[in-house]
Design a protein around this ligand. Structure first.
Ligand code: SF4
Length: 597
């Protein structure tokens, strides 16, 4: 392999830009024969550094002298060549990590992180790229790595059951380290024994140790552990901030331009359709975050992404914002802060002032509105007040009006981003059109002609692991028409001011995949594999293509959209939701008498 090959040249460039923000790694004190752990990323370099889950594990493994492993990262390098769904290295040289020229395929453990169920097919592409057999059953101990998956896209791990050896549920800072210690201490374990012992580590789910009886058309009839030693249920792990370590809250490596702060985890609310309310709410230690900002200042890193979706709930938010503000005041060039979400129902005048001083950008900066730059987020999710209540949201009209009144008193916040879901069970045409009325009312309350309202529409998707998980799903094909109806009504209501509104909706193909994979059983991975091998463009996947691929496996798309009232969930082994809560939500929706907004 030439040191000047395009791949090696790109990696040399990457390495020359990287700054280890928590200090250099020192592999010297590691136990003998450390394992090789490679984290695969579907992203290029800059985005891969924002993936705080795998980056935190990478940092932990490399930083702790007692962990008998070294971690590496292998990315979707710019120089890779695409051939339909496959990626290749230039000249066919082995796919390698940033840290190590040895082939990724020779690692002991490979980690893959999937944040959205609509992206599960990316796992196949990464395994192909690395030259690792896709199917667990085709991989041999001592020859191929153990493939460990994780993150929110695997809340229902079953579609990937035949491809991943292990799925780490929740936060893997303990479970992955235990797995590493197990494999390092027992190199002679047979693959079966290794997996059986791994299955006893809290938070690790080993799909191959469970037998699933599948229903015709789609769904799961029965699940049985294959041996008596395999636990009947496996639950996600959630750890204390101390156990998680600093890299879980602050990105450990920067390319010199940008760094990420995750100030808090979870949400203080528990809305029935949201996965954020499932983990316990935890605050990052403020001294860690302020010290990190000081480090960024020393390195001249001037873009800070605060990516907590519930940052307004962070106990020390004012202190953190003041600290960043002080850095911005001292900096010779502008410091930009991107805040993932400014939740209207939780803002105060003091908070808005603090944020306004930072001239914050927003994650949706692609929106070229000539409105003042500050964007405030309001996520009622539903325009009908009773649906808001039924799903446990706290965003009532009083809180929204109060926030808009606060915005009116500043010159900075002129854009409101409204989040709504379409397609909840029992939703009527009237409920959907009320979204236009809601948006119009927000614009009027904002009270400024140069203001703007962005309506971001998502389809209601019952997420595995939430109280909504058994509810029926609308066909994603219907949503285009619903969005058009909302746009037309908004146009009529706003009249000459209609250009102050945007209704955003897209990624239809991803929603088809997400709907299928959120609910999918073990056959769904094979459907994805068939589409992958056929060279199907997943970014433009049509319903017809998906239905054809499902039919070839004896499955129907509609069976995955239907309610799962009484069925066994395909992800029952990892399920933690109380059936009483599910039944109460379903009954409230059934008995609902829609009230006009
Ligand atoms: S929908 Fe919003 S308020 Fe509700 S749990 Fe999720 S993040 Fe929290």
């Amino acid at each position: 392999m030439s040191p000047t090959s395009p791949l090696n040249a790109e990696i040399a460039r990457i390495r020359s830009t990287e700054i280890a923000l928590h200090g250099p790694y020192n592999p010297a004190g590691k136990p003998d024969n450390p394992l090789r752990v490679v984290f695969l990323s579907s992203y290029g370099h800059a985005y891969s550094l924002l993936a705080t889950g795998p980056m935190a594990l990478y940092d932990l493994i490399n930083r702790r002298p007692d962990v008998p492993a070294l971690a590496e990262r292998a990315l979707a390098y710019d120089c890779l060549l695409a051939d339909a769904n496959r990626l290749h290295t230039p000249g066919g040289e082995p796919y390698r990590s940033i840290e190590n020229p040895a082939p990724v395929a020779g690692a002991d453990i490979v980690g893959v992180s999937v944040t959205n169920a609509g992206d599960l097919h990316c796992v196949l592409r990464l395994l192909d790229l690395a030259g690792i057999p896709r199917h667990s059953a085709d991989r041999a101990a001592g020859v191929h790595p153990l493939i460990v998956g994780g993150s929110a896209g695997l809340a229902n791990p079953e579609p990937m059951a035949d491809y991943l050896d292990i799925v780490a549920l929740g936060e893997a800072e303990h479970s992955l380290l235990e797995l590493i210690r197990l494999l390092h201490a027992n190199p002679a374990l047979t693959p079966t024994a290794a997996l059986e012992q791994a299955a006893r580590i809290p938070g690790l789910y080993v799909p191959s140790l469970y037998e699933h009886d599948l229903l015709p058309g789609g769904g799961t009839a029965a699940i049985r552990p294959r041996t008596p030693t395999v636990p009947a249920t496996v639950h996600p792990q959630y750890l204390t901030p101390h156990d998680l370590g600093p890299a879980h809250f602050t990105s450990p490596i920067s390319d010199g331009s940008c760094a990420v702060v995750i100030a808090n985890l979870g949400c203080r609310h528990s809305c029935h359709m949201c996965t954020l309310g499932t983990p316990p709410f935890r605050n990052a230690p403020i001294d860690q975050l302020t010290a990190y900002v000081d480090t960024l200042e020393r390195h001249g890193i001037r873009k800070i992404v605060i990516s907590s979706p519930t940052f307004t709930q962070y106990r020390h938010r004012h202190e953190l914002l003041d600290h960043i503000s002080a850095y911005a005041d001292r900096a010779p060039e502008p410091v930009s802060v991107i805040i993932g979400s400014l939740r209207a129902d939780e803002v105060t005048a003091r908070y808005l002032d603090a944020v306004a001083r930072l001239d914050p950008g927003h994650l949706f900066t692609e929106l070229s509105l000539d409105a003042p730059r500050g964007v405030i987020t309001i996520a009622p999710e539903f325009a009908a007040p009773d649906l808001v209540r039924i799903f446990g949201k706290t965003m009532d009209a009083y809180r929204v009006d109060r926030a808009l009144d606060l915005c009116r008193t500043t010159t900075h916040f002129g854009t409101v981003m409204l989040y709504f879901m379409l397609g909840a069970p029992g939703e009527s045409d009237q409920d959907r059109l009320a979204i236009a009325d809601y948006a119009h009312r927000v614009y009027q309350r904002l009270g400024r002609k140069d203001g703007a309202v962005i309506v971001k529409v998502q389809q209601f998707m019952p997420q595995p692991g939430t109280v909504s998980q058994r509810l029926p799903m609308a066909d994603p094909d219907l949503v285009d028409g619903w969005v058009n109806d909302i746009r037309e009504r908004l146009h009529t209501l706003a009249g000459p001011a209609h250009d102050r509104f945007r209704v955003l909706w897209g990624e239809h193909s991803r929603l088809l995949l997400e709907a299928l994979c959120d609910r999918g059983d073990r056959r769904v991975g094979h459907v994805l594999e068939a589409l992958h091998d056929a060279g199907t463009d997943f970014a433009h996947l049509t319903k017809a293509q998906l239905e054809q691929a499902l039919a070839a496996h004896g499955l129907t798309f509609s069976s995955y959209l239907a309610a799962r009232d009484t069925d066994l969930l395909p992800w029952q082994t990892v399920n933690t939701v109380h059936p009483e809560a599910e039944q109460a939500l379903a009954a409230a929706l059934r008995n609902r008498v829609p009230v006009p907004a």
